[in-house]
Design a protein around this ligand. Structure first.
Ligand code: ZN
Length: 381
């Protein structure tokens, strides 16, 4: 099962991914509605404690260990845990070994206490999933759409219909919100799309507010490739390469999601590899994406991708690269082998500059799961 929260090493990048929380009027209003029963989580310390409980996994963690891990006093931990128990976010999972006194009660996350919805607006498919607090996918659907032809109205109609279907399975007040991943370019903080290539009906659309108004749920938006990097909790220096109609990269450096000055970092496909090459849809010549699309064979396409990945790894000194998107899902082994071969050839000392290379564990759901992760980050410190 895919999970974005099963590893405990990187709370920082999730915490840093919430730059736009509450910045839209409509989203703030709906945040207040949906968050009425989350009193404990308005407190930063409580969120940090909950994050420690999540990191401990199903085995659980004692109050003493929570105090040690958080730096808070035993009294503070006791109060916070009491509130988390009352909110149903944690439960008692058993008793741990004693160090002399009475055995310690262990506390564990209750994953199904709250839910986040994750959406991917793809060019020909709408993905809508529901994830629990542990980042596990409980329900997912892939619905055919034509993003460019349909335009926003019919697509948002279908989204609302699907979200309503999901809400028949869980109590609405337990749904924290919805994260929507979209093709860029977009302004993640303002929640507005820009000139979405080939889909002019979406240009300049205030997507976040439109979804928040339509669904009555707190809403975040994110570029699809950046959402993808949130679907895995791995190295603090990693990239998610999204291979779909184009090539994008989501980046985490030093444990923090990197969006750049206009929240548009990661235009991986538009690095120019051959200035005399074929014209790219962006207007330039010889972009990696144009060469990749013009490749004569899948093997050639995979090797070209490898060249781009090697450039990125050397530029940013990454140690983990995750490949996602449907092009990879169709031929995972071929892509992994070709990219590995090029990396080994391009890196000066591949045994020292070891790069972990994998296909996104969430498969077709990776981008939507990362979008749900945007919502879940608000719960954990
Ligand atoms: Zn280009």
């Amino acid at each position: 099962m895919a999970s974005l929260s099963s590893r405990s090493t990187e709370p920082a990048d999730l915490a840093d991914s919430t730059g736009s929380t509450g910045s839209a009027g409509a989203a703030s209003a709906s945040t207040a509605r949906a968050g009425a029963n989350l009193t404990a989580l308005r407190d930063h310390n409580a969120a940090a404690v909950l994050s420690l409980v999540r990191a401990a996994g199903a085995g659980g963690v004692s109050r003493v260990e929570l105090a040690r891990g958080s730096g808070l006093t035993a009294q503070a931990i006791s109060k916070i845990v009491q509130r988390l128990l009352e909110d149903g976010l944690v439960g008692e999972s058993g008793r741990g070994a004693s160090t002399g006194g009475k055995p310690r009660t262990l506390l564990a996350l209750v994953p199904e206490a709250r839910w986040a919805l994750g959406v991917q607006l793809g060019r020909d498919a709408l993905t809508v999933l529901r994830a629990d607090l542990a980042g596990r996918v409980a329900d997912t659907r892939h619905l055919p759409i034509d993003l460019a032809e349909w335009g926003p109205g019919p697509v948002l109609d279908l989204l609302a219909e699907e979200v309503n279907r999901q809400l028949t399975a869980v109590e609405r007040e337990r749904v924290l919100g919805v994260g929507v991943a979209s093709p860029g370019p977009l302004d993640q903080q303002a929640g507005v799309l820009h000139e979405v290539t080939g889909a002019p009906a979406w240009n300049r659309m205030a997507l976040r507010d439109a979804v928040a108004d339509r669904l009555g749920l707190p809403t975040e938006i994110e570029k699809d490739s950046t959402a993808g990097v949130l679907s895995v909790l791995g190295s603090p220096n990693r990239a998610f390469i999204h291979l779909d109609h184009g090539l994008g990269a989501g980046l985490v450096l030093g444990g923090a999601v990197q969006r750049g000055a206009r929240t548009n970092a990661g235009e991986f496909g538009h690095q120019v590899l051959d200035p005399a090459g074929p014209r790219c849809r962006c207007g330039n010549r010889g972009c990696l994406e144009a060469l990749w699309q013009a490749a004569a064979t899948p093997e050639q396409a995979a090797r070209l991708l490898g060249e781009g990945v090697a450039n990125l790894v050397r530029l940013l000194d990454l140690d983990e690269v995750v490949l996602g998107g449907r092009e990879v899902a169709d031929a995972p082994e071929a892509y992994l082998a070709a990219v590995r071969e090029v990396l080994d050839a391009r890196l000066p000392d591949p045994s020292w500059q070891r790069v972990s290379l994998a296909v996104a564990p969430a498969g077709r759901d990776a981008v939507a799961l990362g979008a749900a992760g945007l919502v879940l980050t608000r719960v954990f410190g």
